[in-house]
Unconditional design. Sequence first.
Length: 267
Amino acid sequence: MNALTDTYTLNNGVKIPIVGFGTWEAPNGPIAQHAIEQALAVGYRHLDTARVYWNEASVGAAIKNSGIPRDQIFVTTKLWNTDHSYQLATAALDKALQRLALDYVDLFLIHTPATNYPDWAAKNAETWRALEDAYHAGKVRAIGVSNFNPDQLTQLLQTATVTPAVNQIQLNPQHPLPATVAFDEAHHILNEAYSPFGHGKLLQNPELLALAATYHKSVTQVLLRWSLQHGYLPLPKSVHDQYIQANIEIFDFSLTSTDMAKLDHLA
Ligand SMILES: NC(=O)c1ccc[n+]([C@@H]2O[C@H](COP(=O)([O-])OP(=O)(O)OC[C@H]3O[C@@H](n4cnc5c(N)ncnc54)[C@H](OP(=O)(O)O)[C@@H]3O)[C@@H](O)[C@H]2O)c1
């Protein structure tokens, strides 16, 4: 873990940069496009978007404007809850590719499990089959899920022919999800850590501020180290140039095992 371009290897052999740039609530248009262009300019090579962030067009435009070859940027998008079914999921990917103006995405996720159906497990299995077919057709380099708990994953694995490459879940010291993390690790599913700053709510936490001060680092930098040192893939989001830069200054220090344990018990 020395640089933003370092990678984890997914369970299908695809390499994924260890930090992704989050884009939820980056409004489509100049704000999102500028933030993503800035992120790419300072070295991020992994972008996380979703249909429901409504900014896939800005992600695509920023990639194009960056001049960086497409194969050097890892792009994730997700289908929304309204697209659970084989046909809807297949169409959702095609529409996402159009909005992104890309031929493929690197990672396509089920954003949240189907829950509002009596046959929720069958619905997840059907949607997953569409992702598997898209994967075999080469429209996506890897497929995964988000917000799945061990029960939902156990059900999915009963019919899946491709194991999800990632499970994107809320992971930070106040939301550690130990059962899901352990399940994912046991099944070689990478834990992607969304809301690594608790959607901004952890940034004024007195214990975190005190700990960060001992490293002469910011709370966000400490939280990103906590994520990486656990082997998670954090997805920090910002639309401010100075934060986008600060959040990558995380390779010149490491948290001691005592401080990792302290953070593990923050919840
Ligand atoms: N799969 C899912 O269901 C799901 C759910 C939530 C999130 N996600 C993904 O995970 C990403 C990150 O999560 P998140 O957006 O919830 O929140 P987050 O990254 O935990 O926190 C973002 C907030 O922290 C602020 N911030 C960032 N860096 C900062 C810094 N250095 N100093 C001070 N403030 C800073 C941001 O401000 P500004 O933006 O104003 O600069 C923003 O308000 C999302 O963007 C999305 O890609 C996925």
